[in-house]
Design a protein around this ligand. Sequence first.
Ligand SMILES: C[S@@+](CC[C@H](N)C(=O)[O-])C[C@H]1O[C@@H](n2cnc3c(N)ncnc32)[C@H](O)[C@@H]1O
Length: 334
Amino acid sequence: MTYLDPAPLVSMATAYWNSATLIAAVKLGVFDAIASGAKSAGEVAEKTGGDEVATDTLLVALLALELVERVEGQYRNTPLAQTYLVSGQAQSLGGALLYNADVYPLWGQLSEVITAGDTARDPQAYLGGDLEKTRRFVYGMHHRALGVGRAVSGIIDLEGVSVLADIGGGPGTYSALLCKTYPHLKAEVLDLPAVVEVAAEIMEEMGASESVSCISYDYYTDQLPDRPYDAALISGVLHREQPAQVKAMFQSVSDRLPIGGQLWISDVMLNDDRSGPLFGAMFALNMRVLAHDGRCHSVAEQAEWLNEVGLEVVRTHQLPPPINYTLICAEKVR
Ligand SMILES: C[S@@+](CC[C@H](N)C(=O)[O-])C[C@H]1O[C@@H](n2cnc3c(N)ncnc32)[C@H](O)[C@@H]1O
């Protein structure tokens, strides 16, 4: 009988250990505690309010994960941790990681989610139901968009566009970055009321309130504002929805665009044969635990749905990991 190595299964079954270690260390503020200089396990425990013996165990795990280094019994951040895991720094991923901490327990209920066909939590809590959670969600999106936004927004060519509809624009970060690149551009961030309230605050912080307006809009129930847009952006939204809703959203954009107007879609997508890639397939599951209708779509599927409403895909771009976004640019042709 051929020997099959079970090692991949053991790695898969325990892969969450790494996530849990990273999330716990961020939550406890371990990377902050050693940001300004190396410390012993006892000193880290004191700063983070942890048990000394348990903190030592955590630090050894972080050492093995190459997130900290140990020099003469003292721990300090590796460059990776120092750059991205210390709070309050320009490139800090803290907000996004803390959002992952919220999501993490839900993955433990994945089998129930698949049986029920729906998420075990109330997605509404993050979309206005609970104002604190909503705020954390919107700031988490903002931090993520600040981290990857320049790579994404650098591809979106809005030369000659005056008004952009940023549908499900969340924190408004992409709109703000785009308006900085294109000084004549005005953008409308269209999102749920509690989300645009936080977005307006973020636009102030980014000095973008003059060019970006934040407008309450629910794409399930509202029509897009009755005005012509030259272009629309749907970023990171369609992965919450099943095909029927995606088609409805494409139709509403098409109704507002002139011939030649562009719709940019930016999202995690699947291969055309829906066989992967691994990140996209996992992200689709992530959206199943988070939203009622989570699903990732392929470029081929979306091209077909766009075509049905008079839009034609003119280019696509694939951004490499860790961004993993695919961008579609479609043009209204009829
Ligand atoms: C992952 S976020 C993407 C935000 C932003 N476009 C970006 O790329 O950073 C998804 C957004 O869809 C919004 N959204 C969800 N349901 C919505 C609805 N029914 N109407 C309008 N926006 C909605 C959420 O509030 C959230 O801001």
